[in-house]
Write a protein that binds this ligand. Structure first.
Ligand SMILES: Cc1cc2nc3c(=O)[nH]c(=O)nc-3n(C[C@H](O)[C@H](O)[C@H](O)COP(=O)(O)OP(=O)(O)OC[C@H]3O[C@@H](n4cnc5c(N)ncnc54)[C@H](O)[C@@H]3O)c2cc1C
Length: 464
């Protein structure tokens, strides 16, 4: 429990208006997209790295957990205060500090919403590609902490490919600058890369230096419908094998398609699965790629291929794609949302294997995702009030992970480990590797105050 004197000290650090202990506020900061809430004892809204530093120094001397939080849209419980303590929200730190159009870089605070930043740079003819489907509400800080990916990763890479440097407050309160503001830099260990994807366990990001690229001149969006998901998966492998690199290559199964169409009513196919494909770049090159992609889709059994002809059609298709995850909850009240990745040549084996797992468990498993990366969001639908279904869903997760690893894949492409995947860490990583990671955590956070209970619960646990 936080004592009254600690609460007063927190108020002194951030100002009384920027600290809350009220039940209403605590409930609002107790959840993320895992739907497994944990109540914090306080929520604070620092406005600077110095305030973040003072909060962490206090946490080390008074022994309470601090949990960084962006928008709380994470799928693995990263921003949940599983051991209580203080939620540190970055929502006041939302300045786009500078956009350097000469050097194609930008400096932003962590609470900037990704979409807002993208709109700002696109007005200047520049492009920040990382585009998690949550981009309209998730933050740059959360994207960095999770190394978020998104549809455009197939061509442009993920968040880590755009982070040149960071200002980070270490768990013990020191403020450090990692990386560079230049396009290259190799002085010392690459702590920028270490911080990216560290899920708020190694430091609090308070500023980021981001790389920008020129805005592509032209883009074409295509929708290709297939009778079965495995046909769509075969087309994905075919496109990659033909050495075409579309800017997005998204796959949506029939369950997800029906569900999101009922919700949005924009004319998605009534039967079958579909691929949402985009190619961008110089106009002639895009036209050539689109023709080849259409042929590969036809050769793999596509029954309908359409180009989105105007901006509204493109916007509707992407809105539908980004709405799948919440729309699925119309089918069942609970879902286990995994994001496995396999080599792209093994997509068909993954999809057929998941169909077998669903049939064996008597479960509905909806699959969609960034198929161009081999990254499939496997949504195991269930009702936790039904004990048989809940047990079958839990068993299906282990089976999906075993299958993925057997195919040479990884159990998470972008959602991270957090709380929900911690029990499965040893399925993928060897013990010496887990020990090395835990030693890094211990070296940077000797008192275990920053985001305890995540990735490796035993090590992250508070030790004071
Ligand atoms: C509908 C929907 C679609 C999604 N689609 C995608 C997708 O396509 N691709 C994808 O990768 N993810 C996706 N996600 C997951 C999620 O949006 C991402 O993980 C996102 O990066 C989280 O950002 P956030 O601001 O919500 O962070 P939060 O959920 O608040 O936090 C996530 C983690 O980051 C840490 N953190 C937050 N801010 C900081 C900081 N400043 N310094 C240090 N640590 C920090 C937290 O402690 C936590 O561990 C989706 C989620 C939803 C709900």
């Amino acid at each position: 429990m936080l004592s009254e004197s600690i609460k007063k000290e927190l108020e002194r650090i951030v100002g009384p208006a920027n600290a809350s202990f009220s039940k209403e506020d605590l409930v609002c900061y107790s959840y993320d997209a895992t739907n497994a809430p944990h109540l914090p004892e306080a929520v604070v809204f620092p406005g600077s790295a110095h305030e973040v530093s003072s909060i962490l120094k206090l946490a080390n001397s008074a022994a309470f957990p601090v949990v960084p939080r962006g928008a709380g849209s994470g799928f693995t419980g990263g921003s949940l205060p599983v051991e209580g303590g203080v939620v540190l929200s970055t929502e006041r730190m939302k300045a786009i500090i500078s956009i350097d159009t000469d050097n194609l870089t930008a400096i932003v605070e962590p609470g900037v919403v990704t979409w807002d930043f993208q709109q700002e740079v696109e007005r200047l003819g520049l492009f920040y590609p990382p585009d998690p489907s949550s981009l309209k509400f998730s933050t740059i800080g959360g994207n960095i902490a999770e190394c978020a990916g998104g549809p455009r990763a197939v061509k442009y890479g993920v968040t880590r490919d755009y982070v040149l440097g960071l200002e980070v407050v270490l768990p013990t309160g020191e403020i450090v600058q990692t990386g560079v503001v230049t396009t290259k830099g190799v002085v010392g260990y690459d702590l920028t890369r270490l911080m990216v994807g560290s899920e708020g366990t190694l430091g609090v990001v308070t500023k980021a230096v981001l790389r920008l690229v020129p805005l592509p001149e032209h883009a074409v969006t295509l929708q290709a419908v297939f009778p079965a998901l495995r046909d769509a998966a075969a087309a994905v492998s075919g496109i990659i094998k033909a050495r075409i690199v579309p800017s997005t290559l998204e796959m949506v199964d029939s369950v997800s398609t029906r569900c999101v169409e009922e919700y949005m009513n924009i004319g998605l196919p009534k039967e079958g699965s579909f691929l949402l494909i985009e190619a961008d770049g110089a106009k002639e090159a895009v036209a050539a790629d689109i023709e080849r992609i259409k042929n590969i889709c036809m050769n793999n059994g596509a029954t309908d291929i359409r180009e989105a002809t105007d901006k509204k059609a493109v916007k509707d298709l992407w809105k539908a794609r980004r709405s799948i995850s919440p729309a699925l909850l119309r089918i069942k009240p609970d879902k286990l949302n995994e994001d496995v990745v396999v080599p792209r040549s093994r997509m068909v084996e993954l999809i057929t294997g998941i169909e077998d797992i669903a049939a064996a468990g008597g479960l509905l498993i909806a699959c969609f995702g960034h198929a161009g990366d081999g990254n499939v969001h496997v949504n195991i639908m269930y009702d936790k009030r039904d004990s048989r279904e809940a047990a079958a869903a839990g068993a299906a997760v282990t089976d999906v992970f075993s299958l993925t690893l057997k195919l040479g894949g990884t159990i998470s492409g972008e959602h991270g480990v957090g709380v929900t995947k911690a029990p499965y860490l040893a399925m993928e990583l060897s013990q010496p590797l887990i020990d090395a990671m835990a030693a890094i955590k211990k070296a940077l956070d000797p008192n275990g105050v920053l985001n305890p209970g995540k990735i490796f619960p035993a090590v992250g646990a508070r030790s004071l």
